[in-house]
Ligand binder design. Structure first.
Ligand SMILES: O=C(O)COc1ccc(-c2c[nH]c(CNC(=O)Nc3ncc(Sc4ccccn4)s3)n2)cc1
Length: 318
């Protein structure tokens, strides 16, 4: 199942693993790349030496292509840009901001640059300045999100741009992948489903929350203050909800309270396993994720299911 994006990067399957902060390390990304997808190491909010260690580890795990995600809200974003150039990382994805100021440096170093975009406008700007493709992430996704859904945004961006579009947000199995390809995407990016990969090193409590999650169990916090983030409902999201209700009544809202509440919340869930007061970031598709599997099993099930559903429903509907 090749496409413009798999040929561009030299991967067997057009499946990216989301570069999820604190979660996407060399263990997960290396297994995904070895299985034929594009494993992506998270830059997150980590300093250069932490990300460099993961890059060195993945180079020992696989000689296949891999990527690094640069989270542009990170105070270390600039040094991660330098790092990916020094380490000759083949693919960079960016999130949570506009990477324009780094684009020329990426191009000078022959790095394929694939920004996440939440709208056509930013996608058009990215194409104009030389992005190799874009990731269109719908608000069904976990973590920091935009406002539009995958089903709505993907076809509009496909029509508006000429570079390949990778669909992300709510793509939990081969059916979702097939649907994204029907919308014109050249590939998909998967986050939530990989949270339960055997090679994913998140705390078992986090994986358990994903496996037990129902369709209605995620919520978006900080819609009015700071950065909207989708996570599994818990005591932390309830505190956020109460704080938002309180600050919305205020004539001079104090947004620092949101930063204080969120400080270290993702690490608390991922590393410490505190799924009550940590941030269990996950997409709406968590309700579909029922078991832990290897990255290889996950990727091969996406491909087999996508091929099956395209072939069978084609016969049914023509
Ligand atoms: O025009 C502009 O500058 C705004 O541009 C953008 C606005 C939003 C985005 C965007 C939305 N989603 C993504 C990619 N996904 C993500 O980045 N997901 C994330 N999950 C957890 C994260 S850690 C975090 C989260 C919030 C605050 C601090 N740290 S980042 N990018 C991309 C570009």
């Amino acid at each position: 199942m090749q496409s413009k994006i798999s040929e561009m990067i030299g991967i067997k399957y057009p499946i990216f693993q989301g570069g999820m902060a604190w979660i996407a390390d060399a263990s997960l990304a290396g297994a995904v790349s070895e299985a034929g997808g594009l494993g992506i190491i998270a830059g997150g909010n980590a300093p250069k030496e932490v990300v460099q260690a993961e890059i060195k580890k993945i180079k020992e795990i696989t000689d296949k292509p891999f990527g690094v995600n640069i989270m542009l809200l990170s105070p270390f974003a600039e040094e991660i840009v330098d790092l990916v150039c020094e380490e000759k990382v083949p693919v960079v994805t960016t999130g949570a901001g506009n990477p324009s100021k780094y684009m020329s440096k990426f191009k000078e170093h022959n790095i394929k640059v694939i920004p996440v975009i939440p709208s056509i406008a930013l996608g058009a700007r990215m194409e104009k300045i030389g992005a190799d493709a874009v990731i269109v992430e719908g608000m069904e996704a976990g973590g920091h999100i935009g406002k539009l859904t995958t089903m709505s945004l993907v076809p509009q961006v496909v029509d508006a741009l000429t570079i390949p579009v990778i669909a992300a947000g709510g793509i939990g199995d081969g059916r979702g992948m097939a649907a994204a390809l029907m919308l014109g995407a050249a590939g998909v990016q998967v986050g939530t489903r990989f949270l339960v990969a055997k090679e994913c090193t998140v705390h078992e409590n986090y994986k358990s929350k994903i496996i037990k999650a129902r369709d209605i169990d995620t919520v978006v916090t900080c819609q009015h203050f700071g950065h909207p983030v989708r996570a599994i409902k818990n005591k932390l999201t309830k505190e956020y909800d109460q704080l938002e209700k309180q600050e919305l009544k205020s004539s001079d809202p104090d947004t620092t309270k949101f930063d204080e509440l969120g400080q270290g919340a993702l690490k608390k869930a991922v590393v410490d396993g505190d799924t009550d007061f940590g941030s269990v970031m996950a997409g709406q598709i968590a309700g579909l994720v029922k078991k832990e599997e290897t990255a290889k099993e996950i990727i091969e099930s996406y491909i087999a299911e996508a091929k099956e559903v395209i072939a069978t429903t084609y016969q049914q509907w023509i």
